[in-house]
Ligand binder design. Sequence first.
Ligand SMILES: C[S@@+](CC[C@H](N)C(=O)[O-])C[C@H]1O[C@@H](n2cnc3c(N)ncnc32)[C@H](O)[C@@H]1O
Length: 294
Amino acid sequence: MQVQEKITKILDIINYSADLLKQKNIKNARLNAELLMGYVLKCDRLKLYMDFDKPLNESERNEFKKLLLRRLSNEPLQYITGETEFYGYKIKVDNRVLIPRQETEILVEEILKEIDSGENQKIKIFEIGTGSGCISIALARELEKKSKDYEITSIDISQDAINLALENVELNKLNSNKTKFLNESVFDLNYDLNEYNFIISNPPYISKNDFENLDSEVKDYEPSVALTDNGDGFKFYEKIFSIANNLKKGSFIFCELSFNSKEKIEELLQKFNIKNYNFTKDLSGIDRVLKINI
Ligand SMILES: C[S@@+](CC[C@H](N)C(=O)[O-])C[C@H]1O[C@@H](n2cnc3c(N)ncnc32)[C@H](O)[C@@H]1O
């Protein structure tokens, strides 16, 4: 009787699940267990704490068990719950797209800083590799808040990603006259980028070799086309830098960078005779964002 009671209460199920997740080396095991429970009970963690002594009914228990098994087999939490937060905005995610990373918010922040300090002209942004659309959507929402005149064109080689990005446009109630999401490859562009003043990208930057060593949670679940360029990890930067000389004066390129890539990036910048640039570090001191002034 006591055992039965123990495993039906919210707190006991969370403790038990957190132990299982920990044994599987899943980071933030307890938080994962709480977030899954919150998802099943459709409540936030505060409400969970207040209800710790309550038992789950049978259907809630079955639902929780199903989700816990998915998490135990390394499926990312965000794919299970179907959403994440990026720059304070809700973004739908599933295995069609990369899960937006916290460090990518720095890219958004740096672009907005530049916009705030620049002239009040129309802002025309071209994003390469939009995935869930998180960067373009966060920028659009922020620019709307600032009452800026803007237009954003975002491309991705994956039609699946574009479909999900469009769902996120709707979820975030964006003005669809000002945003375009297109299924295109940067290596086969039909655009005159000369009309844009911001070319931005968080490209696939994991090399073919490093891809093999990624954690199962990433390698087995997130789309490989979003992670690796199947080469040395610099193919996209090379392509983007090669466009630089065709852009109009006064425009900018902003790219997210991988860990430890600054030296090789500087070699490439030199190769394309790009001289006016700087790096911004993330909270761990990694050079994370490259800004090029054209
Ligand atoms: C690292 S993910 C970035 C996704 C999203 N912008 C973010 O920051 O979370 C890179 C994206 O580039 C897309 N991609 C890969 N190859 C591409 C190509 N040749 N042209 C355009 N997009 C491409 C992938 O499908 C993926 O969505």
